[in-house]
Design a protein around this ligand. Structure first.
Ligand SMILES: Nc1ncnc2c1ncn2[C@@H]1O[C@H](COP(=O)(O)OP(=O)(O)O)[C@@H](O)[C@H]1O
Ligand SMILES: [Mg+2]
Length: 260
């Protein structure tokens, strides 16, 4: 068994539109070790989402090899791919992709309903996943009753409910303000470290990429740079510091105004 969860060799993906050909990925070779946290960066159109779709078994390469957890994905049929997506992978998107008019709990339960074996404790598992992102008390809320950050936490809980080996996140903070973005990074870092969930995240924000252990830069469908992050940022430490500062400000305010 290989300890690389991802092994990609000479991957290409070409799209044909009429008589035009777009080479979205050109000869990409890449290994990701199990348990790593990788950020993928690069200009719009550089092939990041195309790679994520292939890594997530949502799309197939035009040529080249993709092994996921030692299994060559190319040879698998639709049902087998769906099974791998459901059992091994969790997905997080920029726009959360939650079902409207559907409670947080039911949204999180959805991947369990798509399995061909019944999951008797589906509700309990969904509750545990919501608790893991700090939203146990919002289980009955529908997406429109939740903030953007809370919706993204529900989406992360949904990605977790099948206990995945790897989470693929395409611009998970792209629709969030900076404080909320750091909170989401805190959750992804904790799941990566405490549960060993391999995380591959696309972002166009350099400061968000600094929470990862490794950064890949794409240009024109190729990996331009591949760098280890010497000291990744620590989201939970930053949040704790903010909270301390906010407490001090509140204390100073209340003593200045005599309100206690
Ligand atoms: N389904 C598709 N059909 C045609 N062209 C596509 C398709 N998906 C992506 N492309 C093209 O492939 C290139 C890479 O796209 P994409 O992977 O979405 O880039 P990124 O996520 O880095 O912005 C772009 O030129 C894009 O227009
Ligand atoms: Mg994209």
């Amino acid at each position: 068994m290989s300890k690389n969860i991802i092994e990609v060799e000479h991957l290409t993906r070409t799209f044909s539109i009429g008589d035009m050909t777009v080479r979205a990925l050109r000869d990409v070779t890449l290994e990701v070790a199990g348990g790593d946290f990788v950020a993928i960066m690069g200009a719009s159109g550089s092939g990041k989402s195309t790679l994520m779709n292939i890594l997530g078994c949502l799309d197939r390469p035009t040529s080249g090899i993709y092994r996921l957890d030692g299994v060559e994905v190319n040879g698998l049929g639709r049902d087998q791919l769906a099974e791998i997506r459901n059992r091994k992978l969790g997905f997080v998107f920029q726009q959360f992709n939650l079902l409207p008019r559907t409670s947080a709990l039911e949204n999180v339960q959805l991947p369990l309903l798509y399995r061909d074996d019944a999951v008797p404790d589906a509700r309990e598992r969904a509750m545990q996943a919501l608790a893991a992102v700090g939203l146990a008390d919002r289980a009955d809320h529908t997406p429109n009753q939740l903030s953007g950050g809370q919706q993204q936490r529900v989406a992360i809980a949904r990605a977790l409910v099948n206990d995945p080996q790897m989470v693929l996140a395409d611009e998970p903070t792209g629709a969030l303000d900076s404080r909320t973005s750091v909170e989401i990074m805190g959750i992804l870092q904790r799941l990566n470290r405490e549960r060993g969930i391999t995380t591959v995240m696309v972002t166009h924000e350099p400061d968000i990429a600094e929470y990862a252990n490794r950064q890949l830069y794409f240009r024109d469908g190729q990996i331009l740079r591949d760098e280890k992050v010497a000291r990744p940022r620590e989201a939970r430490r930053e949040i704790a510091l903010w909270d301390q500062r906010a407490d001090r400000t509140a204390d100073a305010l209340s003593s200045a105004t005599g309100l206690r």
